[in-house]
Design a protein around this ligand. Structure first.
Ligand code: XIL
Length: 348
């Protein structure tokens, strides 16, 4: 017969998933924030809200602050959904990131089809940034000011805001201008440039690095670079990722991992095979450990947290199961791997 205290310990430990140390509690002593993208309309689902507040100390609306959703017509701002997330965050001692002010996707028709001149577009964007960043001053601590401005070959992406028709500025000028407008609207917010496939050293991350270096040297208000990290279960170029994080943080800038997920091949019901889940767990562990090596890598955020609501199956056919909780909110091997990395981290 086990002794009474031992019996109690066994019952507590082994009668269900062990959340004795939620991710956020492990992250705090490491000086890193652990975040997730959130759909505010899901906050009324008890398991969603409970898991979110138990495990994370940072949130970011997945869509609700993009130009189209938040500013659907010229005089209308739809702050209700992101406000509800901001209230949830402050009620649970979480911080909020804002995503995103300038992007080529999810813009409203009144902006994209309005036949605006560059001068008109410039004033639309300035007003938008002023209104949105101003509304969340003191509530959103960091903004993805510009999202996905470069092509994979390092050239500037042709977009409404850059050159089609653009706001009338050459090169990285429109990115600089957006940063300056955001800084004017909330001088205390941290301002990020965010992109995908720029995690390791390659032509795109070289272009971002060059821009960051230029902005730093001229005092343009850029505080960091967001690395999205929508990964597959293929071997990841970890050394190249480390070299990239090192060079950005060596400039004195922060790095935040902003949209981490690791998609897997899945069968019809959306389930992945055991070995794939183990490979996925290792990738999560490696990425968390990598961020934790650099004290200026200040946040690790996944793009959602439950496979129930991930964007992956809708965007990458035949894949899914990309997050750390399964579709019924049970922790996956990836969750345990994040815990392991947080527990054993050393910081530079
Ligand atoms: C995605 C959302 O997850 C989807 O719900 C939406 O339909 C499209 O956008 N990079 C980004 C995110 O910066 O904003 C994208 O989010 C995913 C890729």
């Amino acid at each position: 017969m086990p002794s009474f205290p031992r019996l109690v310990a066994v019952l507590i430990c082994c009668s269900g998933p062990l959340f004795a140390q939620p991710l956020r509690d492990l992250a705090v002593p490491r000086g890193v924030r652990i975040g997730t993208a959130v759909n505010p309309s899901r906050l009324s689902e008890e398991l969603y809200a409970d898991t979110l507040s138990r495990e994370f100390n940072q949130v970011e609306p997945e869509n609700a602050l993009k130009f189209g959703p938040v500013h659907p017509s010229p005089a209308e701002y739809n702050f209700g959904p992101p406000d509800s997330l901001a209230a949830f965050a402050s009620g649970h001692k979480m911080v909020m990131r804002g995503h995103t002010l300038v992007w080529h996707r999810q813009n409203p028709a009144w902006v994209t089809s309005g036949q605006h001149t560059p001068a008109e577009l410039a004033s639309i964007l300035q007003e938008h940034i002023k209104a949105v960043v101003g509304h969340y001053a003191g509530k959103v601590y960091a903004w993805d000011v510009v999202n996905e401005g470069f092509n994979d070959d390092g050239s500037m992406r042709s977009t409404l805001w850059f050159d089609a028709p653009g706001i009338g500025l050459k090169g990285t000028g429109y990115i600089e201008q957006a940063l300056r407008w955001a800084h004017a609207a909330d001088p205390r917010a941290l301002l990020f440039y965010n992109d995908y496939s720029a995690e390791w050293v390659n032509p795109k991350s070289d272009a971002i690095y060059k821009m960051a270096q230029d902005f730093q040297s001229r005092g343009v208000p850029l505080d960091g670079v967001g690395l999205q990290m929508h990964l597959t279960a293929n071997a990841q170029p970890l050394a190249g990722m480390e070299a990239n994080i090192k060079r950005i943080t060596d400039l004195g800038l922060q790095v935040q991992i902003t949209e981490l997920d690791v998609r897997l091949p899945v069968e019809a019901e959306g389930k992945a095979a055991g070995p794939a889940l183990a490979t996925q767990a290792q990738i999560y562990q490696d990425i968390v450990a990598l961020c934790l090596k650099y004290s200026r890598c200040t946040a690790i955020q996944t793009w959602g947290f439950t496979d129930k609501y991930s964007w992956i199956p809708g965007s990458f056919r035949g894949t899914g199961a990309a997050l750390e909780f399964d579709a019924v909110y049970q922790p996956k091997p990836a969750y345990n791997a994040i815990q392991t990395a947080l527990r054993s981290a050393t910081r530079k």
